[in-house]
Design a protein around this ligand. Structure first.
Ligand code: SAM
Length: 256
């Protein structure tokens, strides 16, 4: 059982009625042995309200129903704990969009040092605003392409954990994520459906980036019974300076 009950309650954070809000998320998390405290529940509720409000002006997500956001965004993001996440990770979420899976993991584990990397400026602006609204500290928003950021020594091979959901197929994703991992660090990439062929195609890219496929974990949680998986890569040697290649090339010409 992961104990999340000891976090300090900040009075300025809006608290939702524990019995009324985020029921689907709470139910799904119970299958993971996780319970949220009232601050975390309030943060998820605020996240939902702000996401939907912002989404009416700027397209962030097609998923907006209260129940669907709880399951397909929040619970799906938190399901990455099945791959083993420590509370003190230095985590980079590549192509974070509206913050998934990075921000729900930060709500769950407030001590994580989080980087949210998002190329689209409008989305990055949302990430900055929501981070402030949620009262989170230790979050850096980086509004750049992963290919450029990964060549910056401040970010290259500096993270214990890199996540990336719905950004690219595994061959491209390996090139966009593994260069950020310190040796011994991991990449967790949520995937759906039959990924055997995709994983085969990614073998060369994973190896060239200094990684190896560690394992693939099945995700079966209430509302997420549609063949979700977590691909776990491990960084075992330095990424050659050549990689990642120029912006756009990893997607256009994957290393297969
Ligand atoms: N990860 C979020 C999620 O699961 O909801 C967003 C997924 S969205 C389909 C893909 C996001 O990745 C977009 O916001 C896009 O701007 C960003 N992205 C794609 N390629 C990128 C790159 N090379 N560097 C940084 N961000 C990138």
């Amino acid at each position: 059982m992961i104990n999340l009950l000891n976090a300090k309650i900040e009075p300025e954070i809006w608290l939702c009625d524990i019995l009324l809000c985020m029921n689907e998320l709470v139910y799904g998390l119970s299958a993971l042995g996780i319970s949220l405290n009232s601050v975390q529940l309030g943060q998820f509720e605020t996240y939902y309200q702000e996401l939907v409000d912002y989404n009416s002006r700027i397209n962030l997500t097609a998923i907006t129903e209260y129940k669907d956001v709880q399951i397909k965004h929040f619970l799906d993001s938190v399901s990455l704990v099945l791959a083993g996440i420590k509370g003190d990770e230095k985590l980079l979420d590549v192509g974070s969009g509206a913050g998934f899976p990075g921000l729900p993991l930060k709500i769950l584990f407030p001590a994580i040092q989080l980087g949210l990397l998002e190329a689209t400026q409008k989305k990055a602006r949302f990430l900055s605003e929501i981070t402030v609204k949620l009262g989170l500290s230790g979050v850096e928003i980086i509004s750049q392409r992963a290919e450029d950021t990964a060549q910056n020594p401040l970010y290259r091979q500096k993270y214990s954990l890199v996540t990336s959901r719905a950004v690219a197929d595994m061959a491209t994703l390996a090139e966009l994520t593994l260069p950020f991992c310190a040796i011994g660090g991991r990449v967790i990439a949520p995937k759906k459906g039959d990924i055997e062929e995709e994983m085969d195609r990614a073998a060369t890219a994973v190896k060239k980036m200094g990684g190896r496929v560690f394992k693939v974990i099945k995700v079966e949680l209430p509302g997420l019974e549609d063949g979700r998986k977590l691909v776990l890569l491990e960084k075992i040697s330095n990424t050659p300076a050549l990689y990642p290649r120029r912006a756009g090339i990893p997607a256009k010409t994957p290393l297969i």
